[in-house]
Structure formats: C-alpha cells, structure tokens
Design a protein around this ligand. Sequence first.
Ligand SMILES: *[C@@H]1O[C@H](CO)[C@@H](O)[C@H](O)[C@H]1NC(C)=O
Length: 655
Amino acid sequence: MNRINFLILFNFICVDSFYLPGLAPVNFCKKSDESDTCKSEVQLFVNRLNTEESVIPYEYNHFDFCLADETAKSPVENLGQVVFGERIRPSPYKIQFMKNETCKIVCRKTYSGDNAKDNLLLSKLRKGISLNYQHHWIVDNMPVTTCVSSEHNSQYCSTGFQMGCYSRNGKHNCGKLEGQSITQQEAYYIHNHVDLFITYHSGAKEEWGNKLNYKGGRIIAVKAKAKSIDYKGSECRPDASEMLSLPIKKLEKGSSFEILYTYSVTFIENNDVKWSSRWDYILESMPHTNIQWFSILNSLVIVLFLSGMVAMILLRTLHKDIARYNQIDNGEDAQEEFGWKLVHGDVFRPPRKGMLLSVLLGSGVQVFCMTLVTLVFACLGFLSPANRGALMTNAMMLYVMMGSPAGYVSARIYKSFGGEKWKSNILLTSMLAPGIVFGLFFIMNLVLWAKESSAAVPFSTLLILLALWLLVSVPMNFGGAFFGFRQRRLEHPVRTNQIPRLIPEQSIYTQPIPGIVMGGVLPFGCIFIQLFFILNSIWSSQMYYMFGFLLLVFIILVITCAETTVLLCYFHLCAEDYHWWWRSFLTSGFTAVYLFWYCCHYFFTKLQIEDAASGFLYFGYTLIMVFLFNLLTGTIGFFACFWFIRKIYSVVKVD
Ligand SMILES: *[C@@H]1O[C@H](CO)[C@@H](O)[C@H](O)[C@H]1NC(C)=O
C-alpha cells in the first residue's frame, strides 16, 4: 500500500523521472539479425570504485584488474561527472545479446616475487579488499546490481558489488557462502569471477512498431554475483569451488602468484517488466525509502500546521497593535508610545559591517536561485539518476548564471546602507563566496591528488571551473551590480533619527544569542529526514530520486525560515532592540550549524571511516555544504524580516 500511494503522490508532484527525452531505449538483437535498428554487442562500462569506509574513490585502473583494448573509447563525461568523481571507462568484458557464456577468461595476471612493482600491486588489491571497495559497472546505462533475498521473500538489490572479501579475527564479510569455506585466519579473497544475469524484455512487433522483424529485446536489469574461485591451473573450470586468497605478505623471491579473471553471462527473458519501469527495482529496494515516505509526509504536515499557527498568532497580535497605535494618534491626550513603534527612528539605521552583510546577501540570492531552479528542473524529470551527472552539471551552470541577481541584490542593499565603496562591493560579491568554495575545493583536490584518487579533478577541469567563475560568473555579477547601482536608493517608510536610542536591558529570551540558537530549530526540524537520504546518496552511493519531495521540503524550509525569523524579529522589536539586520541573517542561518552537527553525527554513526585523509575530505565537503546552506537560509530569513519590517512601519502613523 505504501509503495502505491508513494508512487501516486510522487507522480502527482512530479513528472515521472524516467521517461526522458534523449534517453531512448536501445534495441538489442542476436548477431545474425544485426541491423541499423538494433545492436548485438552489449557494452559493459566500469566506473570508479568506492566504499563506505573511506571517502576516497579509486578509478578502475588504480587496481590491477583486466584492461580493455587500447582502442576502446571512454564515453564522454559531462562536467558534473568529472567534478564529482565519476570515471566511466570501457571494460574487457565482451557480451553479445542472447548469447550465454560459461566460464570465459578475461585475462590472466601473474605476480612475481622478484618484482617490487608486483608486490605493490598486490598490496593495493589487499588494501582495497580490506576497505570493502565496491565495483560499479554499467550496462546499457543501468547500474549492475547485486541482490540478496531477505526474509519476506523479497529481494534487496544494491548497486555495485564487492571487489573481494576478507576474514579477520574470526569474522568475515563474504556474505552467504555457497558450498565454499573460508579459513579462520586472516585472508583476503579476490572476486575474480563474475556471474552476470541479464534480464531482457523480448521485442514484440506490436509494441515497437513494424520496423522490427527480428527477435530482439531491451535490457531491463543486469545483476551480478561476484565469486572468488581458485582454479589451480590455467583452465577455467566451472566446478572449481575453493576460494582464491591473496598472499598476506610480500611474495618471496622466486615465488609467484596468479589470478585468472573469468566471467559467465546468462540471458533471462522476462516480459512482465516494461522497459520504462526498469529502474523501479533499484529504487524500490533502496533501504528506508519506502518505509519512510510516510514519516516524511507526516513531518511536512506537522511543520505546515505549526507554521500556519505561527502566522495566525502573529497576524492577530499585529493587527491589534496597529489598531491601538492608530487609535492613540487620533485620541486627544497623547499617551506614551510603547512596543515596536518606539524604535521607528532606529530600525532603518544602517548596520555595522554593511558591506559584508550586503555581499553575503548577494551570494545567498545566488545560491537560492540556483537551488530553486535546479529543483524545479529535477522535479520535471530532466535530472534523474538515469541522466548521469546532469544534476551537478546543471547546478554548477546555474550557479554561475545566477551571478547577475547576486550582483544586483548586493548593490541595492549596499546602496540603501548609504555605502560609497561600490567597487569593493562588486568585487567582494563576485569573489568572496565562490572564492571560499573554490579554495576549499582546491585544497581537498590536493589531498585527493596525493592519494591518487579518481575523485581528484584533472587540472584541465580545474581550469574550466576557474574559467566558469572568472569569465562567466564575475561578468554576470558586474552586470547585475551595474543595474543595481543605477537604481534609485531604496526608500524606507520611516525616517531615521540623528541620535540612536538606548536599548533597554534584555531578558534572556530576547538576548541575541538565545534567539539565534532557537531560530534554527524549526527549519532544521523540517529538513532532517530528507537530509538523511541526501547524505546517503552522497556518501553511500545510494540513489536519490525523490526530487518532488525535495522541492516540497525546500519550499517548506523557505516558509519556516521566513516565519521563525519574522516572529523573533517581532519579539525583539517589541523589546525595543532594533539591531535586526545581522540578527535576522544569523537567526535562520543558524540552521546551518544544526546541519553541521547532523553531518558530524552521520559521520560517527553511519560511516565507518578511520583514516585521517578521508575524515579531512568529509569535513571539507561538509564545510562547503554548510557554508552554502548558511548563505541560503540566512538570506531567506533576512529578506522575510526586511519585508515584514517595511510592511509594519509603513502602516503605522509616525509624526
Ligand atoms: C541462457 O541460459 C538460460 C538459463 O539457463 C536459459 O533459460 C536461456 O534459454 C539461455 N539462452 C540462450 C540463448 O541459450
């Protein structure tokens, strides 16, 4: 019931993500029937290997696996894929459609103790296995999965499969063993054999048009079962059952070790699953997604309800205040003024460090626009997991494009503060936030380079990123700022007095720090469940596809951020504290601190990362995320409060 409701809801919010223009189905057929409309060769690509125990992914060629022919070409990758560490390469595995294979040899690797390089290669394999690195293969744009059946006769499939398994201290991670045994001592078993099961939907004339007059099919799933087999010789024997363990120590001089890599392919016909829903089995078995959609919805409802209440209370008290103020004005004997009206001569007094504030707000607008447009695109189905790297490419492109609103907003706000140094303002807006992000990214790239990781961005890509920033984002910024500074200065509804008012002593609730700390709780409360899935998709290579929900959550985040900030703003003004500029930014921006805390929690409870470089990278990426999130939420809060204050002071009569 959950699943069906979920799908209905999902489709209701968003277009189903997997019928994409440009991602047309590929028809396959037997070699004898090959023609323009169908291919017989099923290409298998290999992607980088990764693990939950380290943040550092490695390219396939980092380990000494079998290599593809020199002539085979890698597919073209987009910027998002390159920047976020995908490395798709051709593989030596040859598959023909509808041709079963048993025990085919891919290649043979021999290591000799006389050769120091061979020992190094073996130790890399051992290290990879002991950190549980996972292969990620791709066939027909689908990830190759491994499935295990769980209790209720259902299958749980995950993308990727182990490159090997180990036994140490009486424990092993080899899963269910089929007639094989492992030793109690330390051992590293390399998965040198793969059984590939390719499920296809066989072609019917009616379905695919009359052009097809052959027996063919479309691939709907590829599942792999990796095994470690010691063939004890040069032949591939399907009946061999002993596992192949790598030498634990360095090979002695004169001795040698051999790994025979083999594979089998089985084609299975299944006409119950349509090509268009072939991703479902992967998405459905993502852990928790099915179970938790209800709780997501629940929390959304609660948050909506809560913020509705807040809005109502605020509107009623405000109404009363305004009615009273305006009544007093009409009355004969002028009573003492009270509440937020008292500070009318100070609310629009420019803040200290107005330059920095306006720059942060400009950058926040940039992040906001990027997030919103990306989510809308994702929701419309353009950025599904089937469209690899599209999400990140899109986000980066949008970020640089959104330089102009950033420049415009920063300029206008700065001008309204009476700022004169417009050149520094423009320069800072275009340099500060992107500079921090790029700087962090660059430092982490150095670490990845040092670790020879595949996630290290090639130098040429770094140059492209730099060019995007300096040649697109910066000019965009300048353009926006040019228009911003040409506009007339923002008029405030009330005039600012010459002499600042004294702020009375504040109670604990209206002091700045407690207010700011409280401000982030509610917005964080409405995102933290989604956050779990997002972090999973970033760090545990689970696919994220609930963009409909994400857009919804984003909208609710905006609403809660705005409402809490407005509410706190109101209380502070009632307490005659008029320093609201920075405070409104920090109040909702504090959500980012909770985000950071949550990421730390995730790091220590969910991931099993031990090495320092990995930890460093994790927190580096987290810092970038937190920084951007702080800009985003802070800006939302600020503009909500800004709008609110302009509104309320324009309705009261001030002499
Ligand atoms: C391949 O093997 C499977 C399972 O044994 C069998 O059902 C199928 O008919 C075989 N296909 C071909 C083309 O031989």
